[in-house]
Design a protein around this ligand. Structure first.
Ligand SMILES: [Zn+2]
Length: 312
């Protein structure tokens, strides 16, 4: 089963992906993007990284897998995604030494690493590619030139208290004023999930594709439930305690297929039309779920997930 999702979401006043702070100034992530006008202009625009989205997805996956009685390692269950980086991390996460087949150990012991992949970077490297795929959210084509980043001043000074007495200022007493860069734009969103290798080894060519768990179906169901919550509750991005953006999905397309079939890029406005045209030519028993044409966001996502579950 292959689930492909593309969408456009209007995010007003967001600080979902910050890069560095220079003194009291916190910067929003920026990336170069080509605007395909007459001269292919390069613009530096606000963006939200795929790593940030993947972190959010795996945090929800760890919770749902645990709730459904599936194994999650000691680190991933706390949202620490070191993911079997080396021998020390492996021992801490699983409470044992790796056996002769490290990939099999990790798959059996942790659904997050089974689905989200890992890289064991000891003298003999072992890598597992993630079963889900995502990337940078960037402003949609028509919004590229109008996407803004603006620093906002904040202060938590408590004037009139002894903590900010004049003679003590400049000595680091009291709290500094600070700036946070906020952005507003219509962002593109991409996310694919391929259930093919869930619960199966992939690394060594002798054993590639061998099923090593007896709860593969439950694991895929957990990934789908994760996706549903992740989209509907917008479970990604940073600084949401005080910079929760105003979120409005403009459109979302989900395609459920028996094999790889991806929805075209949402960068251009006519992507839904392009998706339907693609479906006329190429099918992998593909069924489309389109918001807003196919109902409310909740209806569309829930129906797509139900269809995906039927195909496991
Ligand atoms: Zn883990």
């Amino acid at each position: 089963m292959f689930l492909s999702t593309r969408g456009r979401v209007l995010l007003n006043v967001e600080a979902l992906n910050m890069t560095e702070s220079v003194g009291n100034y916190v910067k929003h992530r920026r990336v170069p993007v080509i605007l395909p006008d007459a001269g292919y202009t390069t613009l530096f625009v606000p963006a939200i990284s795929g790593e940030s989205i993947a972190h959010g997805f795996q945090t929800v996956l760890a919770e749902i897998a645990k709730k459904n009685g599936l194994p999650v390692c000691k680190l991933c269950e706390k949202g620490i995604f070191l993911k079997s980086t080396n021998n020390n991390v492996f021992r801490e996460a699983f409470g044992k030494e790796p056996s002769g087949n490290l990939e099999e150990d990790v798959i059996k012991g942790c659904v997050v690493e089974d689905i989200g992949g890992f890289l064991y970077a000891e003298e003999a490297n072992v890598k597992r590619t993630s079963s889900f795929f995502t990337g940078y959210m960037i402003p949609a084509k028509e919004a590229l030139e109008n996407a803004v980043i603006e620093p906002q001043l904040h202060s938590r000074y408590a004037l009139g208290t002894p903590f900010v007495r004049k003679e003590e200022q400049g000595e680091g007493r009291g709290q500094m004023i600070y700036y946070v860069e906020l952005s507003s734009a219509v962002y593109t969103f991409n996310f694919d999930f391929d259930s093919r290798f869930v619960g199966k080894t992939t690394f060594s060519y002798e054993n590639a594709g061998k099923e090593v768990v007896n709860d593969r179906k439950k694991r895929i169901e957990a990934a789908l439930e994760t996706f549903r919550r992740f989209i509907l509750e917008f479970c990604f991005g940073a600084k949401k305690t005080r910079f929760m953006p105003v979120i409005e999905w403009e459109s979302l397309v989900l395609a459920v297929s028996d094999d790889v079939w991806t929805v075209p890029s949402p960068f251009a406005k006519n992507y839904i039309e392009k998706t339907r045209k693609k479906l006329e030519k190429i099918k992998e028993n593909t069924k489309l779920f389109v918001y807003p044409d196919g109902g409310s966001l909740e209806e569309v996502v829930v129906n797509a997930i139900e269809e995906a579950k039927k195909r496991i």
